[in-house]
Design a protein around this ligand. Structure first.
Ligand code: FAD
Length: 384
């Protein structure tokens, strides 16, 4: 198995890094403090192909590989994890769901403007009473009594990335309550459709520049040709979307940890205590060494999952392993980053405290660490 980055991938990394340093880094603190979703950044991300990373060129995408995708997300997260989260949710959840299960007409109409970055994508699975237990959702879609070719959606979604700023929503809803997980379907809903509206904007611990809100659905009439995938297949398809999406969150965690590691390394070489730089103390050196090893391990687990996905394999096990490990080491690296900064790790003049706040999302979003362990154990037991 060879998934070492190529020369083109090294160039891609340099390009995205330079972009993040010049276009994102100067604004990170302000966007975080004001919870500002930088819509003004979208055309610039689009110009680099970052809003249609893996989609075919005929749908406006950049036709990059799964490994390229990881590199892009990593480099964005190294500078601002909140921007990486938005890019990952747009590409890896909304647009990816349409690319995987949409009809030709749906891909032309909805995927193309998403991949070109003309529209922002959102994906609504989670509800206020069902997150890990996603199949317990309450949002319902029923056929209109008068027009069989129209679905009427009622309910609400919680914690939707781009819930307020999204243009194209993929919404999961129950179409046959008695059928359990086989009774959930996915729908494409456009902003401006009567009956869909943003609810409460969340005031978050971290990832504050990434828009997160409720989405309300009140007698929202959706044309039959916006049913995404087969009726009743929405939940099964969602699990496949998440297999790929989790590789993106793993890459985000790797990039975030890399950013935190670089910050702590820099600080350790600058800060003096007892007449020496703190990098000369073994206690600090061990933290640096552990961080470097952890990041490298997480990076290769993530690249392995991406490589296998690129080969067309089903990666439920590998994606969950990468997501679990990368997010948990990232929490540890971000924690040590604050510790190495001492009191300066606790204030906003240094990047440590933001990494510490942002990182927690990686063990929660797209399935918590507990759910990843459950998925991994199920996979292992069913294979043995
Ligand atoms: C910033 C942000 C962005 C998000 N973006 C999106 C988005 O775009 N679209 C979307 O649909 N969702 C999104 N989410 C929702 C996210 O996926 C859920 O928060 C996550 O899946 C957990 O669900 P929950 O919050 O309901 O927690 P719960 O499911 O209530 O879990 C609470 C705790 O119980 C544990 N637990 C639950 N069940 C089990 C079990 N069977 N075994 C062991 N432990 C268990 C969990 O691990 C957790 O520790 C986002 C969340 C955040 C915070």
């Amino acid at each position: 198995m060879d998934f070492r980055p190529t020369e083109e991938q090294a160039l891609l990394r340099r390009t995205v890094r330079e972009f993040a340093e010049t276009e994102i880094r100067p604004h990170v603190r302000e966007w975080d403090q004001t919870q500002h979703f930088p819509a003004e950044l979208m055309p610039k991300l689009a110009a680099l192909g970052l809003l249609g990373i893996q989609f075919p060129e005929r749908y406006g995408g950049a036709a990059m590989s799964a490994l390229d995708y990881c590199i892009c997300i990593e480099e964005l997260a190294r500078v601002d994890p909140a921007i990486a989260l938005s890019v990952a949710a747009h590409n890896g959840l909304c647009a990816s769901h349409i690319a995987l299960f949409g009809t030709e007409a749906q891909k032309t109409k909805f995927l193309t403007p998403l991949a070109r970055g003309e529209k922002v994508g959102a994906w609504g699975l989670t509800e206020s009473t069902s997150g890990s237990d996603a199949a317990g959702m309450r949002t319902q879609a029923t056929r209109d009594g008068h027009d069989d070719n129209v679905w009427v959606l009622n309910g609400s979604k919680t914690f939707t990335t781009h819930g307020r700023v999204g243009d194209v929503f993929v919404i999961m809803a129950v179409t046959d309550r008695a059928a359990g997980t086989k009774g959930i379907s996915a729908f494409i809903v456009e902003k401006g459709t009567p009956g869909i509206s943003p609810g409460k904007k969340e005031d978050k611990l971290g990832m504050r520049a990434s828009d997160t809100s409720e989405v309300l659905l009140e007698n929202c009439r959706v044309p039959g040709d916006q049913l995404l995938g087969e009726a009743g297949q929405g939940f099964v398809n969602t699990m496949q979307v998440l297999d790929a999406g989790r590789i993106g969150i793993a890459a985000l965690a790797v990039g975030l940890a890399q950013g935190a590691y670089e910050a702590e390394l820099r600080y350790a070489k600058e800060r003096t205590s007892f007449g020496k730089t703190i990098s000369t103390f073994q206690a600090i050196q061990w933290k640096l060494a552990d961080a470097a090893v952890r990041i490298e391990g997480a990076r290769w687990l993530t690249y392995r999952a991406a490589y296998l996905k690129g080969q067309g394999a089903r990666t439920t096990l590998e994606s969950s392993m990468a997501k679990l490990y990368a997010s948990e080491i990232a929490v540890k690296v971000a924690d040590d980053c604050v510790q190495i900064h001492g009191g300066y790790g606790f204030v906003k003049d240094y990047p440590a405290e933001k990494f510490f706040r942002d990182v927690k999302l990686t063990t929660i979003g797209e399935g918590t660490s507990e759910i990843q362990r459950l998925v991994i154990a199920r996979q292992l037991l069913s294979r043995s």
